[in-house]
Structures are given as C-alpha cells and as structure tokens.
Write a protein that binds this ligand. Sequence first.
Ligand code: TYD
Ligand code: MG
Length: 433
Amino acid sequence: MIEEIIPSNKTAQSRAVMHGLSGFSVPKRLSEIERDHEERIPVPIEEFSRVLGGGVVPGSIVLIGGDPGIGKSTLMLQMTLQMADKNGVLYVSGEESERQIKMRADRLMRGGENRIKKLPDNLYLVTETNLEAILTHVKTVKPRLLVVDSIQTVYRPDMESSAGSVSQVRESAAQLRELAKTSGISVFVIGHVTKKGIIAGPRVLEHIVDTVLYLEGDRFQAYRLLRSVKNRFGTTSEVGVFEMQENGLKEISNPSEVFLAERMVNAPGSAIAVTMEGTRPLLVEIQGLTSQTSFGNPRRTPNGIDFNRLLLITAVLSRRLNMRLSEQDVFVNVIGGLRIDEPAADLAVAAAITSSMRDEPIRAELALVGELGLSGELRMVGQIDARIREAANLGFKQIIIPRGMQRKQPWPGGIEVLEARSLRDALSLAMVK
Ligand code: TYD
Ligand code: MG
C-alpha cells in the first residue's frame, strides 16, 4: 500500500495561474498555427544524439531511467561536460556531493573519448533537493540545459509526503515540465528503476515527459544500451551502444564487431543471430549448453532471452526433432549482456542448443535468422534485407533465412542466402559435417 497525498486544488490552481497556463485558452485553426523551425541543440555524443532523434529539443523534458549504478549520472555528466561550452548547464544533484561530482568530472576528462581539455566555465553544479530552491537557482543561472539527478530525491515543500513517494515524484516532474515548456530550457531527469518493483519509479513519469530513455545492461558486463521507449521528437526503438570504461562511457559505433570479437569459431554450442535493435541490425553470438540433469527436474536457464521462449524452443526440439532434452539441463547465453526480445533469434537459439547436444559445431561463417513455429516450421521476420546486409558487411559467407515469401527482387548480394522451410532443414544446412 502506498499513501498518496493529493495536493489541494488551491495550490494546483495557483501554480497554473503563475505559469499562465490556466486563464482562457482559445482554439486555433491548425493551418494557422505557426511552425517552429525545428531547432535542436546538437549533442556531441553520436550514439546519444541518435537515440534522442538528432539532438536536444529546446523546452523538452527527457527521462533517463535505469537500474541504480548502471551509469546514468556518468552519461549525464559526460554529456553536460561536452555541451556546457556552448550552452549553459545547471546540474542539480541530490545524490552526490559536489566534491564527488568534481572527482568524477576529472576522471571523465582524462578519458580519450572526451575531446575537452579543461572543465567548461558554463557548467554549474548544486546539491539541492528542494524543488523551490532548484527553480530559484534556474532563475539565477539561466541555463539552457537542466539536469536533475535524481527525481526520487527531489521534493516539493508544499506537499506533505516524503521525497521519492509517487505523488512527490509525479508533481515534481510536472513542475519541471512546466518549467521546460514555459522557459524553453531542456530538462533531463534521472530516475532509478529497479528491475522488479517499479512503484514510485519512473513509470508514473512516462506520460509526463516527452522522451523516455532507458539505460540498461548487465552490471557485471561493460556494455550499456541506451534505448528510447517513448519519443515525441523522434522514432522509438533506437538504441545507442556504449561500453563502461575506467574513464566513462565509450561509444560503440560498430556493435556487431565488438559482440563477436571474443567468439571461438568452431566451438559446439555457438550460433550467430541477427537481431534488430531499432533500425540497426546487430549480430550477436548465442551460446547453448546441454548437460545431463543430475537432480530430478531438468533445468532451463536462459540468459538474455525470455524464459518462455526457451521453453517453446526446447519443446519444439523435443517433439519435432525427437531430441532427448527431458534429461538435459539447457543453458542459453546471449553474449555481451544483451537482451533479445524478438523471436527472430529463435533459429539461432535452437541451433546453439542442437549444436551443443550433438557436440557438432555450426559452420563458422554462417548467421541464422528465423522465428520458430510450433510445428517446427520457420517463419519470416521483419527487415530481412537489413539483416542480410549486415551479415554480409561483417564478412559472413552464408545466412539461413526462412523460405516462403513470394519475393520478386533478389536478396542483397555479397553473401549466400540459404532458405529453409523448417527447423530440420535449417539445422542440416547449418551443421558442419
Ligand atoms: P553512475 O553513473 O553513478 O550510476 P547511476 O547514476 O546510474 O546510479 O555509475 C556508477 C558505476 O559506474 C559505478 O559502479 C562505477 C562505474 N564507473 C566506471 O566504471 N567508470 C567511470 O568512469 C565512472 C564515472 C563510473
Ligand atoms: Mg547516479
């Protein structure tokens, strides 16, 4: 149970009046409304900029969500360090002391990625959690960018509930949105999400803000994905890839190469899938391992794919290919800490498991794409051309895809495209014999 205190109408009204939002609105003809020429503040971090939709929109409010410790503050500080020379920035932190942030900034500057020599003069820092005080600071500093780290620490003194409660988080965010809309300042709000319990977390914010970005990844692995899940100013499903290094986040502009770098060619149990992360195809290694069950029930342990998806794939392998998985523990691992949600990786998962089970490697220069149906058939997946092209670009010689589309134009060149109707056909093409 969460106590939620609803602010009295009076405060809500006076706030609206203060910002000139209530009053009398007048409907206008759409055709008569003037266009803003779409002006964006460039972001020098390319992977970040793309996820935002090509820079920061003035007067917008962006939520950066993610697990604690994943690197949200690092990303924000890195961004502000690089942007503060051209745009004044106010960085409000309720989480760390000024000295801690200064130390981090020094560390980030030492990284080769940050092409800045000295700390910018236009970057103001304040440790503050009282929203009224923050708004006063905004008036004196007059920044173009405001970062609030994090929304869970901020509170409105006119409300009785404690910082981090649903009502505080929501009302504070709403007030920051008004600030953005009325002043043209771009506001970045950091919010912690915990994997499971998202109660007072950023979920209540998602409809308040213009853009929601999630920074995700495995805390024990270096890769971080910045994913856009809502964007009023760009496409969603764009993904930026970073690696957390000693001196901050480093952009990875060729993720497939990085994810495949440590791959052992010709090892049984390894298959290459081509998954789409937003508009960008990504080749990833999927590893499967089967091992004799020692206690009763066989275990199914997916890492990076959905548990139910793995159950479905093992069921299809058992029933349609008569594979004896009932006495086997099955482990599946997606390399690089990546999470694949789309079924296009089914074929690669099935191939990795089969390869481990038979102890036979999959052809070295082969990628696999396809969704698995319950009868063991392969189903076509979206954006197949982009996937084929990416595999060809990375030097793969063959790719197995589902057959069945009536298709007029030829497949992209540079790679041999093998079409398979069923999982059985695909596997006999894939295995080295
Ligand atoms: P942080 O940005 O504080 O996470 P968040 O704000 O999302 O809670 O990042 C914390 C982790 O990042 C911390 O465990 C240390 C690591 N880190 C690096 O590895 N290299 C760096 O240069 C920095 C600044 C942090
Ligand atoms: Mg932080």
